[in-house]
Design a protein around this ligand. Structure first.
Ligand SMILES: [Cu+2]
Length: 68
C-alpha cells in the first residue's frame, strides 16, 4: 500500500532523515520519502504488518505533528 501522511514542523534535511528513519525502522515499511515543501511523507508499506496509526506514532515520537 501507499499512503501520504501530512506532517507539520519538518524544516530541513535533518527533519527529513529523522522522519524517514523512524518509519523505515518499522517492520512492514519498505520505503519512506519526505517532501519538505509539501510537508508530507509518502510511505510504502505492507498493511498486514503495520498500520497508519503506528506510523503516525513513530513520526510523533520524533517530535513532529501529524495531521489527521
Ligand atoms: Cu530540521
Amino acid at each position: 500500500m501507499e499512503k501520504t501522511i501530512n506532517v507539520q514542523g519538518m524544516t530541513c534535511g535533518h527533519c527529513k532523515m529523522s522522519v524517514e528513519g523512524a518509519l523505515k525502522k518499522l517492520d512492514g515499511v519498505s520505503a519512506a520519502e519526505v517532501n519538505l515543501e509539501a510537508g508530507s511523507v509518502k510511505v510504502m508499506f505492507d498493511d498486514s504488518k503495520v498500520n497508519v496509526d503506528t506510523m503516525k506514532e513513530a513520526i510523533e515520537e520524533q517530535g513532529y505533528d501529524v495531521e489527521a
